[in-house]
Design a protein around this ligand. Structure first.
Ligand code: PMV
Length: 337
């Protein structure tokens, strides 16, 4: 019974519309070519084992104390968080398909987990697809995306379907979510988009940043609502600019989107530094991407400027991530043994 399966799913960047998407405005996300891999071997009992090969966890700290003792710390919180997504994803898949058996899961990631690159959703998507398939079930993409979103909701309490949708389908996705249901379109016409990503240590969780924005909006009711609506308008214009491959306008709209996110209180000095370094070294435009409070910022730049931007990011100790975007979503295959 069962077979050994390997599945992979991409991380993502939010090109436009984060935070406002929580209030019913549209957003545009793109897959990146960094992936999460899950190998799943079914078991004949109900035990689940998880081995994390390499979760690319940032922030390994090496300290040598006064006695010359070397201490190595890593951000175990992020590793444990990835494991809790796997556990929940399996539980929901077992319930959905009435599977009574467990599995041996091995996971690895080409990008840092918990950085705002959508790794939680990619972990959930790959686990659900690989677990189901290894027990002989072919789940369709819609069910995989839905179960993955439910996993995120269970583990983190609050989540739009943005990350689970892009991890499942890949490409460029325009999505609108009304707090209950959502609809999305795959923006097939988007041309090449030279993107640079800078990463800085993330200090706050997504839920905390979403709550911060909620407080601001509640305090300044009408004004808060207007800011969110303005982001929605930026997204609509960005959609047109992306589909006509008008990179200058895409960049300018990123600048406007970043200004509005900063106004909502989700940027940090480190993120602003990345954003301004990118612009200073020739990007058409740049913005923070994702929940903010640290994490990633993105920029669109002429290809000839990329090397310089990456060198400048290193100088301010932001980690550059070089990647193309818009690639394939979930991939799943049998493991040759
Ligand atoms: O940083 P991330 O990948 O967790 O992005 C969160 C995006 C938000 O719009 C702030 C929240 C959401 O669930 O859409």
């Amino acid at each position: 019974m069962g077979m050994e399966i390997v599945a992979s799913a991409p991380g993502k960047v939010t090109l436009f519309g984060e935070h406002a998407v929580v209030y019913g405005e549209p957003a545009i996300v793109a897959s990146i070519d960094k992936r999460v891999y899950v190998k799943c071997k079914p078991r004949k009992d109900n035990i689940i084992t998880i081995s994390a090969l390499n979760l690319n966890v940032p922030g390994i700290i090496l300290t040598i104390d006064k006695d010359g003792e070397i201490k190595l710390e890593t951000d175990y919180g992020k590793v444990l968080s990835a494991v809790s997504y796997i556990k929940e994803a399996i539980k929901l898949t077992q319930e959905f398909l009435d599977i009574k058996y467990g599995a041996e899961i091995t996971i690895s990631s080409e990008m840092p987990v918990g950085a705002g690159l959508g790794t939680s959703a990619a972990v959930a998507v790959t686990t659900i697809a690989a677990f189901a398939k290894s027990h002989g079930y072919d789940l369709n993409l819609k069910d995989i995306a839905r179960l993955s979103w439910q996993t995120e909701l269970k583990v983190q309490g609050i989540a739009s379907p943005m990350d689970s949708t892009i991890a499942t389908y890949g490409g460029f996705i325009y999505l609108r979510y009304d707090g209950k249901d959502f609809e999305f379109e795959n923006m097939k016409g988007v041309g090449e988009l030279p993107l640079v990503i800078g990463y800085t240590r993330r200090l706050y969780k997504t839920g905390e940043m979403v709550a911060k924005v909620r407080r601001l909006i509640n305090r300044y009711n009408q004004l808060g609502g207007d800011l969110v609506k303005l982001i929605g308008r930026v997204v609509e214009l960005a959609k047109k600019a992306l589909l006509t491959n008008d990179l200058k306008t895409v960049g300018e709209l990123m600048n406007i989107n970043h200004g509005l996110l900063d106004t909502l209180g989700v940027s940090t000095k480190e993120l602003n530094d990345i954003v301004y370094i990118m612009r200073g070294f020739g990007a058409y435009g740049s913005k923070l991407s994702g929940a903010g409070g640290g994490g990633v910022a993105i920029g669109v730049a002429p290809k000839r400027r990329m090397r310089e931007i990456i060198a400048a990011l290193k100088l301010i100790e932001a980690t550059p991530i070089e990647t193309s975007i818009g690639g394939k979503g979930l991939k799943i295959g049998k493991l040759k043994t």
